[in-house]
Design a protein. Structure first.
Length: 391
């Protein structure tokens, strides 16, 4: 392979350069497992937003002055602390204290909560106040790039595809979903009343209400009238069941996660080329942040062959760390800073193996999967509350 030949030719140069780079590295990350012991030469962080208000407030608006689907103070703090944690675990002294476009780039899903989460995380990640920024105390405002969900083909491509709704509807008709619906048959009428919207009783249609109840339980707030604490616990379990089952469907996961997987492939290839050409661990971009939702993380996990049976927590971090290793690049996967294994990459694998895993997870026919031309479906993109698309 030409790439391997080029690497061998540059082996002596890389060995000398990276030996010098490693002299500046501390071993702070040793406490997160041997697969992540060495600080990253490059890192992709896929992060869920922080704690938020319910997407649908219903009759509970008085408890949520920030409005529906918005970060809470706790959510902002979660992301700020996560930024500090990412820096400490994966980089330590190998990264500048202040932001530069040469060091990192940052992308967010087109929701207020994901954009604000990225901004709060960056405040924690870059601790130094730069000089003349024009803001009090030299505060930096690193840019975060986001597109309205109605046009977002990176984080929300499934919302642009009739095939997504079609597959969710097919799940509703499957045997295990019908059994789950039958288990809650006596509660469906109450749920429809509390939802204050028309519906056919599909489990998927109750997600906004169940989301509201689960968040009220987290924050120890009153339940909607008619919902007991025991029912709230059961509904929270149902929320995990619905979301995890949807994203565990491989084709649905591809609809959600394929554009992000493609972006990761481009990211790694770009950094790989830079390291080959410049031969320095400090001359290339070091970090890419993707601030997203739980569905984005769950989709990538499913595509990699490691689906989750529950939702991921607020401020969950999925990390893909690259270490150049004198021209023998390796990738280490982590979930919340602990080694994470997927088939074909048991916590650590070569960069070539990682790229193959991502490429193999992509759909062969995106147009078929998306089904934009599917006949008989009157489809409009879903724009959730709290999206920049509604402005």
């Amino acid at each position: 392979m030409k790439l391997q030949s080029d690497i061998k030719k540059r082996g002596l140069v890389f060995g000398a350069v990276f030996a010098m780079c490693l002299l500046s590295i501390r071993s702070d990350a040793a406490d997160i497992g041997s697969a992540l012991a060495a600080p990253a030469d490059y890192l992709i962080s896929l992060v869920r937003h922080g704690d938020r208000s319910p997407r649908d407030l219903g009759r509970m608006t008085k408890y949520w002055p920030m409005g529906p689907g918005q970060l809470t103070a706790a959510g902002l703090q979660q992301e700020y602390l996560l930024g500090q944690t990412i820096r400490r675990y994966y980089f330590s002294e190998t990264l500048p204290d202040s932001w530069s476009p040469k060091v990192s780039q940052h992308f967010a899903k087109g929701l207020d909560r994901t954009i604000q989460s990225a901004s709060a995380l960056l405040l924690g990640f870059y601790p130094k106040r730069a000089g003349k920024t024009g803001l009090p105390g030299g505060i930096q405002v690193p840019p975060v790039y986001a597109s309205p969900l109605a046009h977002d083909d990176l984080f929300s491509a499934q919302r642009l595809c009739p095939g997504y709704l079609h597959r969710v509807q097919a799940l509703e008709k499957s045997a295990d979903w019908l059994r789950k619906k039958e288990q809650h048959r006596d509660q469906l009428a109450l749920w429809l009343e509390l939802s204050e919207r028309e519906g056919n009783g599909d489990l998927y249609s109750f997600l906004p209400l169940i989301d509201q109840i689960a968040i009220h339980r987290i924050h120890q707030l009153p339940m909607p009238e008619g919902i007991s604490n025991q029912q709230a616990v059961e509904l929270e379990e149902l929320l995990h069941w619905i979301v995890s089952r949807i994203v565990a469907n491989y084709e649905i996961a591809q609809l959600i996660g394929s554009p992000l997987a493609k972006a990761m492939i481009r990211d790694f290839k770009r950094v790989q080329q830079c390291l080959q050409e410049k031969g320095s661990c400090h001359s290339c971009q070091r970090w890419t942040l993707y601030s997203a939702s739980d569905s984005n993380l769950l989709a990538i996990m499913t595509m990699l062959g490691a689906p989750s049976d529950k939702m991921v927590d607020y401020a969950t971090h999925f990390g893909v760390q690259l270490n150049w290793n004198d021209g023998r690049p390796e990738v280490a996967l982590s979930l919340n800073h602990q080694p994470f294994a997927v088939p074909g990459c048991a916590g650590r694998c070569s960069l070539d193996q990682w790229l193959v895993l991502l490429e193999q997870s992509l759909p062969e026919d995106w147009d078929y999967l998306c089904a934009r031309e599917r006949g008989g479906m009157n489809f409009e993109p879903y724009i959730p509350t709290g999206s920049v698309a509604v402005r």
